[in-house]
Design a binder for this molecule. Structure first.
Ligand code: CTP
Ligand code: MG
Length: 172
C-alpha cells in the first residue's frame, strides 16, 4: 500500500510542481498574443502565459532531476538520473499541454478565463502528464487510479491555501 502511494507521488511530482509553478510565476505575456478565433472568443485567454509555461517546464524538470538523485540506490529507482530528468521534462510538458488544451476547450464553450469547470480544471494537466510520462515509464494502473482520486482533493487544498495566502484571487 505505502509502496503504491510512494511510487504514484514520485511519478506525478514533476507535473504537480509544473502546474503550481505556472500559477506562481505566470501572468504576463499571453501565449495567444491576445488573439481571438473566428468564434470571436480568445484562443486561450490571459490565464495561459509564456512565463507560466517556461516556469512550469523549468521547475518540473528540476524536480525530475532531484527525484532522480534522491531515489538512486533505493527500490523505487526505475532509471538513472538522466532518465529522471527526461521523465520530469516530459511530465511537465504534458502537464502544460493538458492545461492549455483545457483552456482552449473552455474558451470554445464560452467559459471565461478563471471560471471553474469541475473535473476539467483538476484533471486536465494530470491526464496528459501521465500520457506523456508513460512513453518512458508507467507506474501501474492502481497508481494512476489513486492519482485520479487524490489529485482533485490536493488541487482543492493547494488552491485554498494559495487563496488564503493571497497568491490567488479566487479559491479554485
Ligand atoms: N498561468 C500562466 N501560464 C500558464 C498557466 C497558468 O500564467 N501556462 C497562471 C495564470 O496567472 C493563471 C493561473 O496560473 O490565471 C492559474 O492557472 P489556471 O487555473 O490554469 O488558469 P485560469 O486563470 O483558471 O484560466 P482558464 O480558465 O483558461 O483555465
Ligand atoms: Mg483555473
Amino acid at each position: 500500500m505505502w509502496d503504491l502511494i510512494i511510487r504514484a507521488f514520485l511519478f506525478i511530482l514533476p507535473a504537480y510542481i509544473a502546474n503550481s509553478s505556472a500559477a506562481l510565476f505566470g501572468g504576463k505575456t499571453p501565449l495567444d498574443s491576445g488573439k481571438c478565433m473566428s468564434d470571436g472568443k480568445r484562443i486561450l485567454g490571459d490565464g495561459k502565459t509564456f512565463q507560466g509555461l517556461f516556469a512550469a517546464i523549468f521547475f518540473g524538470t528540476i524536480t525530475g532531476y532531484m527525484i532522480g538523485v534522491f531515489v538512486q540506490g533505493t527500490e523505487f529507482a526505475v532509471g538513472n538520473v538522466e532518465f529522471y530528468i527526461l521523465l520530469g521534462f516530459f511530465m511537465s510538458l504534458g502537464a502544460m499541454v493538458g492545461d492549455i488544451t483545457a483552456s482552449f476547450v473552455k474558451r470554445r464553450k464560452g467559459i471565461k478565463r478563471g471560471q471553474p469547470v469541475f473535473g476539467l480544471d483538476q484533471l486536465d494537466f494530470l491526464v496528459v502528464a501521465v500520457l506523456f510520462g508513460s512513453i518512458f515509464y508507467f507506474p501501474g494502473w492502481l497508481e494512476v487510479i489513486f492519482l485520479l482520486i487524490v489529485t482533485p482533493i490536493l488541487h482543492g487544498l493547494v488552491n485554498f491555501v494559495g487563496f488564503k495566502l493571497k497568491c490567488k484571487s479566487v479559491p479554485w
